[in-house]
Design a protein around this ligand. Structure first.
Ligand code: ZN
Length: 593
């Protein structure tokens, strides 16, 4: 622990003993507990991050085993009953006055709380979860005796014009739901048991609380988002349906889930990014990203030097950023190619890296991190979106703005479709998981399709009564997490609005390339405080208001945000689901997401 040395605290304690103030005793004892705790945990976290990094580069079983052993050891530390009681006593004493001690007590309390269940119960959950995830890994949809991979399924739904074949493939891809539903429900009941032992109604409520998220506030936010996106989405969906009906030679009423371009209708029909690849062909993506961060006064050259950025055999094919030690050893893994996808990803991952890098080093180790995963995601999304901002592209590549502006309407409408479709899909996930944990014995098959019809406007297959909800792997592997993707998008849009209005001034919509005020804003306002305040308060601190749905809607779906509104709305873009999968970063299973 920095900033408050042990000796200083011992002197304070001696003094407190003389004058008889037990408040200082509590602070000193808790300070010493934290110091010892960090002495144990910090090296383990560092070892774990290094093992994960090495495993991602080598693909070696041994590295993965080392990583998961360290994770288990950390979980064991936070299951310790005595440690938990020490934290509770200090937290409930009312005698912690130092704000950073108060915050650390909260952070530790929540960290321990989720691990207080019977260890045998936790073991069963880990075991069952691994079993179900493995079923997903080995599952192949079978159609006419042919086994299809996930990529094959996506390929058919993107390309095939044969309605009957699409239906067969879609149904086959859902068969995994039937295979895992029983185990998944057992898992849900076990998770609920843990939550009840910790004093919560169910695992959904507990997860939100552990993430410092209030169920009512969150539900209100999703309601607002629903209200504001319903009509724009309806209009978009009608357009999509009209095209699909024509393509398949049926009426719009006859469209069913297998007519859409992915198994859950979570993505826009065409996955490509509005013809932007050409701009990046033959360009040095890494240098473009580095130059940009340098241009706003937020250099990340040290991160790039420590990173592993290009494809290699046996290496993890995705992307993530990891803060190895909270002391400045920050690394990015990428597999960069010269296209817009990797431009976006590079900007995204370096956004995470810049966050980690510019948190004030004097903050105690326990708080030297972002306040919530959704917060660092939002920052990464904010920067990643720039890759589809014609103005940013022009500045980064030294082109005339007329050249890139010509593409603006196409980019704008593809982003709009992407974000509208994604936001309606997250409504289904958020609401379904809430119902699932409230009543695992409910009629979930019906609830699922009721939600799909209500929020995605996709008609359920006639007479179907199958656990289609269980075919979404996130419900197993990242329970009660999906809504954070949407929160990240909303926070990113609120940051975007605030920066245009208060940091650069909205008047000429000149993009943010080379704007030192933007770098200063992120460094000093957004990153610097680390986790010294909860994420909700952090948003208020950095944007002047609580998180709201309206900025996301304004940026992507508001009235008048049409094809020709680019100049009025300035730089923005968004890529929906993320591809990170590192320790402490959100995980997303490529095409399966
Ligand atoms: Zn990310």
């Amino acid at each position: 622990m920095k900033g408050r040395s042990l000796t200083a605290m011992m002197i304070a304690a001696a003094f407190a003993a003389v004058v008889g103030s037990c408040g200082k005793d509590v602070e000193m004892d808790f300070g010493m507990f934290i110091e010892k705790h960090v002495e144990t945990v910090a090296p383990l976290e560092r070892e774990g991050s290094l093992a994960y990094w090495n495993a991602a580069l080598s693909g070696s079983e041994e590295d993965f085993r080392k990583y998961s052993d360290i994770r288990l050891e950390l979980e064991r530390i936070y299951s310790d009953r005595a440690g938990f009681e020490t934290v509770c006593d200090a937290r409930d004493s009312g005698k912690l006055k130092d704000p950073s001690l108060v915050r650390m007590a909260d952070v530790l309390y929540l960290r321990y709380l989720g691990n207080q269940a019977d260890p045998r119960l936790l073991d069963r959950i880990v075991g069952l979860s691994a079993k179900v995830e493995n079923r997903f890994n080995v599952f192949r949809a079978e159609v006419g005796g042919k086994r299809l991979t996930t990529n094959d399924v996506y390929g058919v739904l993107r390309e095939s014009d044969d309605g009957e074949y699409r239906r067969a493939v879609w149904e086959a891809s859902k068969a995994v739901g039937g295979e895992v539903a029983g185990d998944l429900l057992d898992l849900v009941r076990l998770r609920n048991q843990i939550a009840r032992e910790a004093g919560f109604d169910n695992y959904h409520s507990m997860s939100l609380t552990l993430g410092e998220q209030d169920e009512e506030t969150l539900a209100a936010l999703f309601d607002e988002l629903d209200e504001l996106t319903a009509e724009p989405f309806r209009a978009l969906k009608e357009e999509i349906d009209k095209n699909l009906a024509k393509r398949f030679g049926i009426t719009a009423d006859e469209l069913r889930p297998w007519h859409y371009s992915d198994p859950f209708f979570q993505e826009a029909p065409s996955g490509e990014m509005a013809g932007l690849d050409g701009f990046f062909r033959g360009r040095d993506i890494v240098a473009l990203a580095a130059d940009f961060y340098e241009s706003i006064g937020m250099p990340v050259g040290d991160v790039i030097a420590a990173s592993d950025l290009y494809e290699r055999d046996g290496k993890n094919p995705h992307a993530f950023c990891t803060d190895i030690d909270r002391e400045g050893d920050i690394r990015v893994l990428c597999n960069v190619k010269d296209n817009v996808y990797w431009m976006e990803t590079m900007l995204h991952e370096l956004g995470h890296a810049a966050y980690d890098k510019y948190i004030q080093r004097e903050i105690p180790w326990l708080l030297r991190s972002y306040p919530h995963l959704a917060t660092t995601e939002a920052v990464a999304m904010y920067f990643g979106r720039l890759a589809q901002d014609p103005r940013w592209i022009a500045a980064a590549l030294g082109l005339d703005e007329d050249e890139t502006d010509a593409l603006a309407p196409a980019v704008r409408s593809s982003l709009r479709a992407k974000q509208l479709i994604f936001t309606r899909w997250t409504q289904v996930m958020f609401r379904f998981e809430r119902e699932l944990y409230r009543d695992p014995d409910g009629d979930l098959n019906t609830i699922w399709w009721d939600l799909v019809e209500r929020y995605q406007f996709v008609r359920r297959p006639d007479g179907r009564d199958e656990p289609d909800w269980a075919s979404k792997i996130h419900i197993v592997s990242n329970p009660v997490y999906y809504h954070n993707y949407m929160l990240g998008e909303m926070i990113a849009s609120q940051l975007h609005h605030h920066i245009l209005a208060e940091v650069v001034g909205d008047a000429d919509c000149r993009g943010i390339y080379g704007d030192l005020a933007v770098g200063e804003y992120f460094r000093d306002k957004v990153f610097r405080p680390g986790n010294t305040v909860p994420w909700t308060k952090h948003i208020e601190m950095v944007t002047g208001e609580p998180l709201q749905a309206k900025y996301f809607v304004e940026q992507f779906a508001g009235p008048g945000v049409g094809r020709d509104e680019w100049r009025e709305k300035g730089q923005d873009a968004g890529l929906g689901p993320d591809r990170d999968e590192g320790p402490g970063k959100r995980r997303d299973a490529g095409g399966a997401d």
